[in-house]
Design a protein around this ligand. Structure first.
Ligand SMILES: C[S@@+](CC[C@H](N)C(=O)[O-])C[C@H]1O[C@@H](n2cnc3c(N)ncnc32)[C@H](O)[C@@H]1O
Length: 234
């Protein structure tokens, strides 16, 4: 299990995070439906328009290199949304068998055309595949949407499908100040943990894959701003 930043080439966000803000419960409720409002509604309710722009391409290359993926290998993206990473993985490694899974029927119906037919409606804590099916299972900015018990189950599911070859990125904070910002910007998170608490959860779940963090800290070197709660530049 290692801390690996596979999203370092994700475009940096233009942040307006300097001060905490309070979330409107109605917007949070709308976001948690993971429907049209969340992906293509207003910025207050989610991404404010979730469209393909190729930003996952360099990340897909890094994922392929990190896991040593080759044509014919199977890869699963849990919480694939509209299949952008699925599309780019297939593009950078032709012949890779990539499958995406998401709970959002809306996202799958509005998926990137190249990913259609490869996306499965389902939930990350009950993955409909046999043990050891995948050469890698990715789960980027999804797990914190579960409560603690379901986080454990989802991590065990990833481990079951690809022992030691998972990649999990979760939202986190390292101080009270960051927590305040986190609470104001992260629309859908249910489990709020510090990095050391996440690591303890990984151990408790028996998860042995790799992981990294999304931290809403304007000054940090080690954050990635790929959560719909943050403004994007890319
Ligand atoms: C913050 S988005 C991340 C999307 C993509 N992985 C990325 O990093 O851009 C969270 C995604 O998790 C999906 N999701 C939420 N709950 C889920 C669940 N129980 N099982 C699978 N996907 C889920 C949402 O529909 C959404 O597509």
């Amino acid at each position: 299990m290692a801390e690996v930043n596979l999203l370092r080439r994700y475009p940096r966000a233009e942040r307006k995070l300097a001060r905490p803000r309070s979330l409107d419960p109605a917007n949070r409720e709308a976001a948690l439906r993971f429907g049209a409002e969340y992906f293509d509604g207003s910025r207050e309710q989610g991404y404010g328009g979730y469209r393909y722009d190729g930003r996952w391409m360099p990340i897909a290359r890094d994922i392929v290199a990190h896991f040593g993926l080759r044509p014919g290998d199977r890869v699963l993206d849990v919480g694939c949304a509209k299949g952008f990473l699925v599309t780019d993985l297939m593009s950078v490694c032709p012949g890779l068998e990539v499958i995406g899974l998401d709970i959002s029927d809306y996202a799958l119906r509005h998926a990137e055309p190249a990913a259609r037919g490869r996306l499965v409606l389902g939930t990350g804590d009950r993955l409909p595949f046999r043990d050891g099916t995948f050469a890698a299972v990715l789960c980027i900015n999804v797990i914190h949407n579960f409560d603690r018990e379901r986080c454990l189950t989802a991590l065990r599911e990833i481990e079951r499908l690809a022992p030691g070859r998972g990649y999990v990125q979760v939202d986190t904070y390292r101080s009270e100040a960051e927590r305040e910002i986190f609470l104001g910007w992260v629309l859908t998170a249910v489990t709020f943990l510090r990095p050391e608490e996440w690591r303890a959860l990984f151990v408790e779940a028996g998860y042995t894959g790799d992981y990294y963090w999304t931290v809403l800290d304007p000054d940090s070197e080690w954050n990635d701003f790929n959560d719909p709660g943050t403004e994007r530049r890319g």
